[in-house]
Write a protein that binds this ligand. Sequence first.
Ligand code: RTP
Ligand code: MG
Length: 135
Amino acid sequence: MAIERTLSIIKPDAVAKNVIGQIVARFEAADLKVVDMQMKQLSQADAEGFYAEHKERPFFADLVAFMTSGPVVVQVLEGENAIAQNRDLMGATNPQEAAEGTIRRDFAESIDANAVHGSDSATSAEREIAYFFGK
Ligand code: RTP
Ligand code: MG
């Protein structure tokens, strides 16, 4: 298995719930290393550009409004199989469908306020890391 990098965001709901540390601990326990990290208030343009692939979807405006509703923590995670590994730790998009022990099952309220983002492919990871960290 290859060492990969992936982009993770702790979303405004999880920051507001004061569970940044608990979420980062899940990554660390799975041998994913935080190799870059920034707390940031996303602008409308930041959120729209980040989620550009969804701009025709009916939930796009709500997604952008949610992602700009408070600060987020943007991180680069590194480790073996990091992209899929992070997606497994996160659980399903809808927390009601997320497996036990996943971040979304334990910390998310709804499909809109679902605690974390993670890159869904190597192509996305490369784009998303460059989007926030310029490398
Ligand atoms: P993310 O990109 O945030 O990691 O989430 P994801 O891959 O699990 O889900 P994705 O399909 O990329 O959707 C991005 C975010 O849009 C919201 N969403 N709402 N109401 C809906 O049907 C719906 N579908 C997606 C979610 O907040 C999701 O995280
Ligand atoms: Mg996605």
